[in-house]
Write a protein that binds this ligand. Structure first.
Ligand SMILES: NC(=O)c1ccc[n+]([C@@H]2O[C@H](COP(=O)([O-])OP(=O)(O)OC[C@H]3O[C@@H](n4cnc5c(N)ncnc54)[C@H](O)[C@@H]3O)[C@@H](O)[C@H]2O)c1
Length: 436
């Protein structure tokens, strides 16, 4: 099939590259010219395992292209995936201006049937607004459909997730749209991936409900961690004990410094606003958000307890991305942690395998923060090491060497990557989450 993808970010690039990998002809429209230039040279502007290989593969085969020209995108295919950003507005609701722009421009440019597919995460009933916008800006009377096809990939394993989804959700209103979407996803359904066809409102709601539910699990286990710290219980074992229960499951029950990233925080906020707009009291979600927003401060209390004051303390930070295997730092806990460290006078040496270049834009290197080349350089002479992301590299670190390099063997682990007993045996003063 011919497929147009609008938006060349984490979702758009993975969607485009994977659809081309499956044999479709794909054109990705991205409005930032520098990104398109890189992509045409076979370089990915973001780090996502396996993505650059797929981009190169598609370019070589000739069935993956990139352009800044939306006109080219609209002319290319009758199915247009909208993968642009839907960030938070100051009041927490989703900013839909990028989605509106794509709907408006597509309407002005299309001269025959088009199916606009919302892959961006949008509030329930956004498809009505997209439809209204297209109708308003259409130059001539041509038929069109709007479908919802929420994306469930996780950054860090996005390619794998896209190619091996637990389920595909498609919300359509017409038989024509249904047939096109079934065709797009035939390579998946042929190998047994469940395809749930719904109306667009239901599909839109499924995405916000799923993310909010996962965020709720994280906040839930973080409160259990607080209780463990007070009572001497061990949250990792509590999680294991709960996780064996199939009704509960083990995933998303890792206590730590809370959820971050470009999805959970904004999607929970947006879902709270949606419920309010429709007069539904979803105070449960407000509590999920309140718990999460207090996690960094609770972590910083541990750092202060360990170091007493932070002024002029040399603090190493391992992990800046919001999760491992990505360079994404949007709403990463590291931002608040580093902000607090610098505000309270510490000298920060920060290391991350992939996210340093993004982080340097927010915190340029200088007197208060530097970015050593590797994780061992970062801990040289440090009076504390803070672990903020559970990269495999850190899990496998030579901690004997780390201890030798540090001035004071203090580790505050926001991700519970080490065992307290083992750290104690090596001579570390070790603080983690939900374990005494
Ligand atoms: N990142 C994830 O893990 C993830 C997972 C599932 C769903 N989502 C949802 O998918 C959407 C996109 O997320 P993302 O992380 O890929 O965002 P992103 O910011 O990485 O990418 C969006 C891209 O769209 C481009 N863009 C904006 N307007 C455009 C236009 N008119 N024409 C062409 N390009 C345009 C931007 O320049 C940017 O490169 C969001 O709604 C998000 O909530 C994200």
């Amino acid at each position: 099939m011919r497929i147009t993808v609008v938006g060349g970010g984490y979702v758009g690039l993975v969607t485009g590259a994977c659809f081309s990998h499956l044999g479709n002809d794909v054109l990705v429209v991205e409005k930032v010219p520098e990104k398109v230039k890189m992509l045409k040279e076979g370089r990915s502007p973001i780090y996502e395992p396996g993505l650059e290989d797929l981009i190169r593969e598609g370019l070589k085969r000739g069935n993956l292209g990139f352009t800044t020209d939306i006109g080219e995108g609209v002319a290319f295919s009758e199915v247009i995936f909208i993968c642009v950003g839907t960030p938070s507005l100051p009041d927490g609701s989703a900013d839909l201006s990028q989605v509106e722009e794509v709907a408006r421009l597509t309407a002005k440019l299309m001269d025959s049937y088009r199916l606009l597919v919302e892959k961006s995460t949008v509030p329930v009933n956004t498809h009505q607004l997209v439809k209204k916008t297209v109708q308003r800006y259409l130059k001539r009377d041509v038929p069109f459909d709007v479908a919802s096809n929420p994306e469930f990939l996780r950054e860090g394993s996005a390619v794998l997730d896209f190619l091996n989804p637990d389920r595909i959700v498609v919300g359509v209103e017409s038989e024509r749209a249904r047939r096109i979407m079934e065709e797009v996803y035939r390579p998946f359904t042929d190998r047994g991936v469940p395809l749930l066809i719904t109306d667009p409102a239901t599909a839109e709601l499924i995405k916000h409900a799923s993310n909010s539910f996962l965020a709720m699990k994280i906040s839930f286990i973080n409160m259990i961690a607080d209780l463990c710290e007070k009572t001497g219980a061990d949250v990792k074992l509590v999680t294991e004990g709960m996780g064996y229960d199939r009704r509960i499951g083990r995933d998303f029950l890792n206590a730590g410094i809370g959820y971050g990233g470009s999805c959970f925080p904004k999607d929970v906020r947006a879902f709270i606003r949606i419920a309010e707009e429709y007069g539904v009291d979803f105070s449960l979600l407000k509590e999920v958000e309140r718990i999460n927003s207090g996690r960094v401060e609770r972590f910083m209390d541990k750092v202060r307890n360990a170091l007493w004051t932070l002024k002029d303390k040399r603090v190493a930070v391992w992990g800046l991305s919001f999760k491992p295997n990505t360079d994404d730092i949007r709403e990463a806990p590291s931002i608040k942690v580093v902000e607090t460290l610098i505000r309270e006078g510490a000298r920060v040496r920060a290391y991350d395998p992939k996210a340093v270049s993004n982080f340097r834009v927010l915190f340029p290197p200088g007197d208060r923060i530097s970015y050593p080349e590797d994780m061992y350089e970062a801990v040289k002479g440090a009076e504390a090491l803070l672990i903020l992301t559970e990269w495999e590299e850190f899990v496998k670190a030579d901690m004997e060497k780390v201890k030798e390099l540090m001035d004071l063997p203090v580790v505050v682990d926001g991700r519970n990557i080490f065992e307290p007993e083992e750290m104690k045996r090596m001579g570390f003063e070790y603080y983690s989450v939900g374990r005494s």
